[in-house]
Design a protein around this ligand. Structure first.
Ligand code: NAD
Length: 487
């Protein structure tokens, strides 16, 4: 709330000025208390056009700005993000609900991308070859393309915009962010800090909104490309719409990831890794592992220890330093998870830990960790993305069966293996079908200098986010073929 008790408004940032989106929007609430403290209005097609036009105009001089000069605001941006990390983390928790430690961690992961993008002078060099043909030298150069837009989800409102912004602008493009409407204030703060860091007018813009703004970006003639992260149906829609309008697209979709625990695994590591991965961020991570596929020989002991540890997870307001798991981000999402738990229970699934019964604070969208045992790998519980604190244990006879459960998934974002066998680890690396593979690591999240994988229905496109892929996504290569007869 502001001093006069009006809800704070999330604003657009267009051509270097803060503006008010034209359409009605929705309230923004604190998921830990249910308090509505802000509002986000939505952008119309015309608001999006204003932002894209300003970005297109800024591109003409930004593309010609020497790369060293383009990087100076990025260096200042890193410093500002670090200086404001705690304030940003608290803002993030207030509108998302996650634990403060998770919020700090995601901001750190975002800053990592700013650091990597500062390597653009080296990463943009594409190659040169003397005597490529008789008397001919050839040089490949990477050039920016124009205006790029990123459309981002609610679950990492700081980190995911930073998967894109630093690389897009370091390579000489201009950038328009359309963040999730569920938590608009963290991305707004990111853009405020980018402005403070000194990017020229129009290089970084922000439009709040919903489907109208997304579709306007995906079809705008002056948008060169779209980076999207969100659920699979919307990723597919964005991929198809933007591609049909001639844009390059990278669209990261939903997930239903697995951990595999083999009979020889170190149980302490496997239990801790599985609990962390399934319940951190209240199960609202695209790299969460909501299915644990466990070999029969270790299943009972693993299940017992896992349920004990999951029952100890401290659920509460994310702003409390003790909290390990905050509320779900919206009441509607919480209801949908409870419906899924009810349906699974009614269909005979074995409930080992019931999050509906957990002791949680009043007022917010809290739900405790929930664990189902002996879940059929073909059931909804094991196959569909719930995006909440629900873990399904699947019992398998051996490693081959575990691999086949992992690979039967329609998704392919990540999978992790807990083992002490090098042979199993090697087979997992060779045969498991997912973009990010962890061994004795609960959450297989690559550092920013590696691209962030994703396969099958978890990714549409070819070049991924982060690292070298990001540089290639935001640039086009031209090859100069030169012959000088007077040489
Ligand atoms: P979402 O698909 O509902 O929303 C993502 C973005 O799309 C938001 O900006 C939203 O405004 C916009 N959008 C929503 N409905 C739309 C429509 N009908 N037409 C056009 N645009 C629309 O996703 P979410 O609920 O915000 O985020 C959770 C999802 O994101 C989960 O499925 C999760 O797995 C996925 N995710 C994937 C990754 C990854 O790297 N693969 C990372 C984070 C989250």
């Amino acid at each position: 709330m502001t001093d006069d008790n009006k809800p704070v408004q999330a604003r657009n940032f267009v051509g270097g000025a803060w503006t008010t989106p034209s359409a009605e929007g929705r309230p923004v609430e604190n998921p830990a208390t249910g308090e509505e403290f802000g509002e986000v209005r939505f952008s119309t097609e015309s608001d999006v056009d204003d932002a894209v036009s300003a970005a297109a105009e800024a591109f003409e001089s930004w593309r010609r700005t020497p790369i060293e000069d383009r990087l100076q605001p990025l260096f200042r941006y890193k410093q500002l993000l670090e200086e404001h990390q705690d304030e940003l983390a608290r803002e993030l928790v207030r509108e998302h609900g996650k634990a403060l430690s998770e919020a700090r961690g995601e901001i750190r992961r975002g800053i990592e991308n700013v650091e990597v993008a500062c390597g653009a002078p080296t990463m943009m060099q594409a190659g040169h070859l003397q005597h490529a043909a008789p008397d001919i030298d050839e040089t490949a150069v990477r050039k920016p393309l124009g205006v790029f837009a990123a459309i981002t989800p609610f679950n990492f409102p700081a980190m995911i915009p930073l998967w894109f912004l630093p690389y897009a602008v370091a390579t000489g493009n201009t950038f328009v962010l359309k963040p999730s409407e569920r938590n608009p204030f963290t991305p707004t703060k990111l853009v405020e800090l980018a402005h403070e860091a000194g990017f020229p007018e129009g290089v970084v813009s922000l439009v709040h909104g919903d489907k109208t703004a997304v579709d306007a970006l995906c079809s705008h003639p002056d948008v060169a490309g779209i980076s999207f992260v969100g659920s699979t149906p919307i990723a597919r829609h964005v991929y198809e719409t933007a591609a049909s309008h001639g844009k390059r697209v990278q669209a990261q979709g939903g997930a239903k990831n697995h951990v595999v625990v083999t009979a020889n695994a170190d149980l302490d590591t496997a239990v801790e890794g599985t609990v962390g991965s399934a319940f951190a961020n209240t199960g609202q991570r695209c790299l969460a592992n909501p299915v644990a596929v466990v070999e029969d020989g270790i299943y009972d002991e693993f299940a017992e220890r896992l349920v004990e540890r999951a029952g100890e997870v401290v659920v509460g307001d994310g702003l409390d330093e003790e909290t390990e798991m905050g509320p779900l981000t919206t009441g509607a999402h919480r209801e949908s998870i409870i419906d899924a738990i009810d349906a699974a229970t009614e269909s005979g699934a074995t409930l080992l830990l019931d999050g509906r019964e957990a002791e949680v604070p009043d007022g917010g969208h809290f739900l405790g960790p929930t664990v189902f045992g002996d879940v059929s790998p073909d059931s909804t519980l094991a196959r569909d993305e719930l995006f909440g604190p629900v873990l399904a244990l699947v019992r398998v006879a051996d490693f081959d069966e575990a691999l086949s459960v992992v690979n039967a998934s329609e998704f392919g974002n990540a999978a992790s293996l807990f083992t002490t066998s090098g042979g199993e680890a090697q087979r997992f690396r060779h045969e498991a079908d997912a973009g990010n593979l962890g061994v004795n690591v609960g959450t297989a999240a690559p550092m920013a200098f590696f691209h962030f994988g994703g396969a099958k229905a978890s990714f549409f496109g070819d070049l991924h986010a982060q690292g070298d892929d990001a540089i290639r996504f935001y640039t086009d290569e031209t090859v100069y073929i030169e012959r000088w007869p007077d040489a």
